[in-house]
Design a binder for this molecule. Sequence first.
Ligand SMILES: *[C@@H]1O[C@H](CO)[C@@H](O)[C@H](O)[C@H]1NC(C)=O
Ligand SMILES: [Ca+2]
Length: 327
Amino acid sequence: MFHRKFKLALSIFISILWNSVLAEWNTRDYIRREHSLTKPYQGSGMSVPYWDFLGSTIVTTNYVRLTPDLQSKSGAIWNTAPCYTRNWELQVQFKVHGRGKDLFGDGFAIWYVRDRMQPGPVFGSKDYFYGLAIILDTYSNHNGAHNHQHPYISAMVNNGTMHYDHDRDGTHTQLSGCEAKFRNYNHDTHISITYRDDTLTVSTDLEGKNAWKECLRVENVLLPTGYYFGASATTGDLSDNHDIVAIKMFELDLLDTQNRDEDRSQIIPSAASFEAPRERIEDQKPAMSGIKTFLYMMCIAIVIIVIVVLGIMWYQKRQEHSRKRLY
Ligand SMILES: *[C@@H]1O[C@H](CO)[C@@H](O)[C@H](O)[C@H]1NC(C)=O
Ligand SMILES: [Ca+2]
């Protein structure tokens, strides 16, 4: 009798645990292949599935090089599939490196924009763009005093009317930004761009510690669905290798407050606030990768099961004991 109840309880317990593990697994790791670029890049032919190339871009087995460490180069990669996901996270593994110790440039940009495959002056892509640019600027064009050091990461949202002003490194149109040394590392360097519940968050993992550090967070950012992801880079008098190693796009769950049927395709890109004074928050990577979460949950599950089983055994022993004493 007792055994059957125990087995039932245990199986219910395990199924609840298992479902929560799976739910966790799904929310964190729903990678969208059609918006991602991972090794091996090449499909059956010479082309790379879901991505088009522009300018100086070359594909090797280990990286996609937007520009080599040579002057006056410009290159880009563009996703061929528009993004209809409302909440997403784009993780980009990149490598910016070159011979220059003090002089290098110009940097690269990661895009979520309406118009793809259009070369231009903003780090190799179109000015007066529609959508979002995350700019990783390695060279300070500003002659006067800057309020920040370079390399510098900034976010800009444009509705097609604003010009990116290189002479001021875009400081007048940026939503927010942070200093970030991301050049010439031997370890992997990553940037994460999350757009969730109309909040844009950019974090970096530059120290090889496998931990995200928040760079900027802006609320009330409106971006439509149906735009394209891309990355572009440019060199001028100064140069660097700008390499993209991997792009991973994760679909994030809809929030309870979000309506699945809302049409987001006609939204004009906007951001309620421009740069406001803020504290730099440095925190640990908020979410572990899917596999890690999974293993972690598994370990917890095993520990809990062992404790429960031991507890039951102990309880049974005690029952037997007291029964013996009764008779
Ligand atoms: C575009 O953005 C500019 C600058 O923020 C703003 O003044 C203008 O009203 C916007 N236009 C549209 C159509 O939203
Ligand atoms: Ca610059």
